[in-house]
Design a protein around this ligand. Structure first.
Ligand code: ATP
Length: 622
């Protein structure tokens, strides 16, 4: 805004980046500026930024039509703006258990050479366009393999390393993967867990196996599987170490990701070359990722944050920080300190664990300029603790979707922030909050309802591999300004001050005594009702013999604390009555050791609901 604001918005309208933020948000030539801010180079430039007329079946429009590039190549080439040179540090990392050793690093040039070597080996073993899976920890080698697959014109199939064989098999089948990269073992929290043996239960295709530690694979391989070293040798046989990137049109698929499946079956989501540009642009605009930053976000390539982290760093010129191990202990925190992390991303369950185990005590995290949080609604007390670790630096809350390749709502460093809340739709994203009849509330009133996204959305999917895209995201949605809105399924609240708060999924909404409410709203109040509570999950069930929905609260107690359901029921009732609504009556409180969660750690309220329905129906038959 400082560079272009007065020219683009007019000298009389533009004031400064903070005052003019809302005006700039409405402004429409954003993308042509961002393409210059990120290190994106086309071998064939786009005919225009957005074409909304040639293909009316695409509600989201056709973006950057006619352009040709290789997005991995954009990550790997040096550039003067943003400033990333061959000797810039691309990745810093440390293996768990080596907490007192120097942090390792690799420069951009070394990274490019490694990626080219692997791309040559991919050419020797696969064909252009093949889908190739990665099921391993997010290590330096995983990042190299990811970029090499994309550089070589193949498609990455991202599978999180925590999945069971059945889940791996489904993902390989849906994507028709021709091979899979994995590790012999996973090392986490000082323990070794088998990974290759899980993968071969699921995969008939060729498996390329990396050793978790050292040079040699620690398991016996099947005949058609190969070790990482043998695989690399097939790349070394290539005459030169150089590799010519495979340039493709902007809408070519480079990655197949899967949503976490909190509300239904995981969806197989294709990422084109637009998706990385979108996700990197959000990080650049809202988190202010720049050359010189060291960005750490413990995650996996199987979650949208994995590829997002890669592209956010390499397209903005920042350094990725990777810890090869568990993010739950002191070792991770020491890495954050020693690597000089300037941006630390988290999910709420991680912060809760760090705070309750006190494992980060004694560390210096003060190089951190910005924290980020995503995945689930964060807890304001935990956020306060996190922020205090670096002189109360802001926490940028990010909420999006794998299929949007972005966050549709975010925090911004140019606006006042509040814990657990969002201050703006992300740049160029537009939304309305719908009332029960699907009518949009005006933009400036406090309200709660399901969000409807403006359909023209740079980087959002226009297809799914295992479901009908039109049906999932558009069917049954209302029109707004003559265009059908895009479904996202979240319930959001606009507060009096204009901040946005996510109140969970529309599927988790309950009707208590005729009043619609969300699980998250009730959990916020119950979480604070007593010291012994670690977390709560609220659901409602309709009794088998009909009648009003019954409110059930599941509780996980903090380690070392004791309580009973009756006492907690009284405390919750009082807290709900004073803070929320005296008409909400709790039917059942259940103390459980832990909650069912998706592999990415989101609470599966639908599973709790099914369990409770089952229990109640057994009771009613008795
Ligand atoms: N910061 C956040 N605060 C609150 N909720 C969040 C936040 N970040 C993500 N979420 C939730 O996660 C959802 C996106 O997750 P993801 O793309 O994995 O899909 P999913 O909803 O888990 O899976 P499925 O669509 O298969 O049910 C968001 O729509 C929102 O409900």
């Amino acid at each position: 805004m400082e560079t272009h604001g007065s020219q683009l918005l007019g000298a009389s309208s533009y004031k400064d980046p903070i005052t003019s933020f809302p005006l700039f948000h409405k402004f429409s030539v954003y993308w042509s500026l961002v393409l210059k801010e990120l290190s994106i180079s086309f071998v064939q430039p786009p005919n225009c930024i957005l074409d909304t007329s040639s293909d009316p079946s695409k509600h989201g429009g056709t973006w950057l039509p006619g352009s040709v590039l290789n997005i991995a190549d954009c990550c790997l080439q040096p550039s003067s703006f943003p400033n990333k040179q061959d000797d810039s540090v691309a990745i810093v990392w440390r293996d768990e258990g080596f907490d007192d050793s120097e942090v390792n690093h690799i420069t951009l040039k070394q990274l490019r050479q490694q990626v080219m070597l692997v791309a040559n080996a991919i050419d020797a073993n696969f064909s252009k366009g093949d889908a190739i899976a990665i099921d391993m920890q997010m290590t330096v080698n995983a990042v190299i393999i990811y970029l090499a697959i994309v550089l070589a014109g193949c498609v990455v199939v991202s599978i999180a390393d925590s999945f069971a064989p059945k889940e791996i098999a489904t993902r390989l089948r849906v994507s028709n993967a021709k091979g899979i990269f994995t590790q012999d073992f996973i090392s986490r929290g000082g323990k070794k867990f088998p990974l290759y043996s899980k993968v071969i239960e699921a995969a008939a295709c060729k498996v390329i196996v990396l050793p978790v530690i050292g040079n040699d694979v620690g398991v016996q391989l099947r005949e058609h599987d190969i070790s990482w070293n043998s695989f690399l040798s097939s790349g070394k046989q290539h005459r030169s170490h150089h590799y010519s990137p495979f340039y493709q049109s902007i809408d070519s698929v480079t990655n197949i990701l899967f949503s976490s499946g909190t509300t239904g079956d995981p969806k197989a989501i294709p990422w084109t070359q637009l998706s990385p540009i979108r996700s990197a642009a959000d990080g650049w605009a809202s988190i202010d990722i720049q050359p010189g930053d060291v960005y750490c976000w413990p995650t996996n390539l199987g979650w949208v944050m994995g590829p997002t982290l890669i592209y956010s760093c390499f397209l903005s010129g920042a350094t990725i920080a990777l810890y090869h191990g568990s993010p739950l202990g002191h070792g991770f925190g020491k890495f954050v300190q020693d690597a000089g992390v300037t941006m630390l991303g988290t999910v709420p369950s991680l912060v809760k664990a760090w705070k309750s185990t006190k494992c980060m005590e004694g560390l210096d995290w003060t190089k951190i300029k910005t924290f980020c949080s995503t995945g689930e609604t964060s807890n304001v007390d935990d956020d306060l603790w996190l922020s205090s670790k670096s002189y109360y630096k802001p926490i940028i809350e990010c909420c999006g979707g794998t299929e949007l390749a972005s966050c549709y709502i975010m925090g911004s460093l140019l606006q006042p922030q509040a814990f657990g809340a969002f201050s703006t739709p992300s740049m160029t994203a537009g939304l309305v909050i719908l009332d029960e009849n699907g009518v949009a509330y005006p933009d400036d009133v406090p309200c709660v309802g399901e969000v409807g996204l403006f359909p023209v959305y740079m980087g959002a999917t226009d297809r799914l591999l295992n479901a009908d895209h039109e049906e999932v995201y558009f069917k049954g949605m209302p029109l707004y300004n003559g265009k059908i809105l895009r479904r996202h399924g979240d319930i959001i609240k606009r507060t009096v001050g204009g901040h946005l708060v996510v109140q969970g999924r529309a599927d988790d909404t309950m009707n208590l005594g005729g009043i619609k409410t969300s699980s998250v709203e009730i959990e916020r109040v119950c979480d604070r009702a007593d010291e012994c509570i670690s977390e709560t999950a609220a659901i409602s069930v309709s009794p088998a013999n009909r009648g009003p929905e019954q409110l059930v609260i599941f509780v996980v107690l903090k380690n070392g604390y004791n309580s009973d359901a009756e006492t907690l029921k009284k405390k919750f009732s009082k807290a709900i009555q004073t803070n929320l609504n005296p008409l909400f009556k709790i039917s059942i409180v259940k103390i459980v050791p832990m909650f069912p969660r998706t592999a990415s750690n989101k609470i599966l309220r639908r599973v709790l609901r099914d369990q409770m329905k089952h229990e109640l129906s057994v009771h009613s038959r008795l």
